[in-house]
Ligand binder design. Structure first.
Ligand SMILES: Nc1ncnc2c1ncn2[C@@H]1O[C@H](COP(=O)(O)OP(=O)(O)O)[C@@H](O)[C@H]1O
Ligand SMILES: [Mg+2]
Length: 439
């Protein structure tokens, strides 16, 4: 899983603002001025003809983002989740961000341990792997042991937390171009992302949320969680049980039977829908790197770093949109669009009509799994329709003219969670029972 070229261990990461800016500028220069324009404007529709250019660019960008780690890499990860927004080469390269980033050297790990525990790893554990067994976006994971118990110890790269705001300032112009939104209008959305990224750097918060969500979800069938150890954890170090099993992609490669795929898919669906409908907070990072399948074919869920708290003032009207009787009732629909900030006070009737049609199309397609007792996520034709819709929307002239941001900031991570979940279930080709109606 680890790639040679990216796996040279680093003794430091560029954390000062100037160094990071230089890194981004350096990369941009390499990639060429025209490229950014191309990236923003053309990437969405005509990727095929420029595959090799994309390949090269993706490599350079990925390399510098992974050296920077932290929020820049997180943004890359998020972009890779939205299959329709990036050409294939970027998708492939950026989805690597979900697994690899160059590991930090042991002396730097020792320093972090000393700083936050006042102890060395071997003062706490009987065994501790000198090199990382897994590296991810803002932390790396070492394996440790006391007696018969194996632990996963996640250690955060130093400087990440401090770098987030300045990182986002660098990413904002690119994001605003990509999304075709004015910077001022993007503020509430950027604030939402920024606060989530900051939360992700607080491993004490991650531990609290992990313990709360996993204990509340203990009855969900075929789902397993590691136990978390507050006594071996702090703001930058998080210790939990080591989970044995195959990472999700390896599991898929092992050619599991339909029965097993359904079992894992159902466990995943139940876990996420239970959180959305009962807990009002959700693990908002469902991507392949956060799941392990154990030898009993149970789903092990990792990484509660990104949790979205769902205010009911938002979810109530939002999920109402899926109700067939609401969906048929124009008056009620319009009321909900206004409540959810999807319609703006100075929209023209023509714009409203256009937006309404678009919403209609999105809701009926994305809400389809909630309209019957079971749904087959292996239906590739369904996913082809979703991607085609994404593509059409991104090309839509009318929509691009209305370059203002719309909708509640809460929908960002909810949509991200659903996209991630749908995509994993599609990879599983799982047929799932609804079990937890959203409305
Ligand atoms: N408890 C665990 N048992 C086994 N592997 C783990 C465990 N926790 C994390 N990992 C591995 O480490 C990787 C990074 O951990 P994760 O918590 O997802 O970090 P990040 O928050 O940086 O994404 C995971 O993708 C997984 O491969
Ligand atoms: Mg993760």
């Amino acid at each position: 899983m680890l790639e040679e070229e990216t796996q040279k261990s680093l003794d430091s990461i560029p954390t000062s603002k100037v160094k990071r800016a230089a890194k981004i500028i350096g990369t941009s220069a390499k990639v060429g001025g025209n490229y950014i324009k191309y990236f923003a404007k053309k990437s969405i529709n005509s990727s095929l003809t420029k595959d090799s250019l994309h390949e090269e660019n993706a490599k350079d960008i990925y390399k510098s983002l992974s050296e920077m780690k932290g929020s820049a890499l997180k943004v890359a990860q998020m972009m890779s989740m939205d299959n329709s927004a990036l050409p294939k080469a970027y998708q492939d390269k950026f989805s690597m961000a979900q697994y690899n980033a160059p590991p930090l050297s042991y002396p730097l790990i020792l320093k972090t341990f000393q700083q936050f525990f006042g102890k060395k790893p071997l003062d706490i554990f009987e065994e501790f792997s000198k090199s990382a067994v897994h590296a991810a976006s803002i932390g790396q994971v070492h394996r440790a042991r006391i007696g018969l118990q194996s632990f996963a110890v996640k250690i955060q790269y130093p400087g990440v937390a401090d770098a987030i705001s300045s990182d986002l300032k660098l990413v904002k112009p690119l994001a605003s171009q990509l999304l075709n939104m004015k910077a001022s209008e993007m503020k509430i959305y950027m604030d939402e992302v920024e606060s989530k990224l900051l939360e992700e750097t607080d491993y004490e918060l991650e531990l609290r949320r992990a313990v709360e969500i996993t204990s509340a979800s203990s009855e969900i069938r075929n789902v397993r969680f590691p136990k978390y150890y507050p006594e071996f954890s702090n703001k930058r170090i998080l210790t939990m049980d080591w989970m044995e099993g195959a990472m999700f992609p390896e599991f898929l490669k092992s050619n599991p039977s339909q029965e097993v795929r359904n079992k894992i898919g159902q466990a995943m669906w139940d876990f996420f829908l239970f959180q959305m409908t009962v807990l009002n907070r959700v693990h908002a990072d469902p991507h392949p790197g956060n799941f392990i399948v154990n030898s009993e074919n149970e789903l092990c869920v990792l990484d509660f770093g990104c949790v979205k708290e769902i205010p009911t003032e938002f979810s109530q009207p939002y999920f109402q949109l899926l109700r067939p009787e609401v969906f048929q009732n124009e008056e009620q629909l319009i009321e909900l669009y206004e409540k959810l900030g999807f319609f703006k006070p100075n929209d023209t009737p023509k714009q409203k009509e256009f937006l309404q049609e678009m919403m209609q199309q999105m809701i009926s397609l994305l809400g389809k799994p909630f309209q019957s007792a079971s749904f087959d996520f292996g239906d590739d034709a369904y996913f082809a329709k979703i991607y085609a819709m994404g593509e059409n929307l991104s090309k839509d002239k009318e929509l691009r003219k209305m370059n203002n941001a719309r909708g509640s900031e809460h929908s960002i991570y909810i949509m991200r969670t659903f996209f991630g979940l749908y995509s994993l279930l599609n990879q599983l080709k799982a047929n799932v029972q609804l079990n937890y109606p959203l409305f």
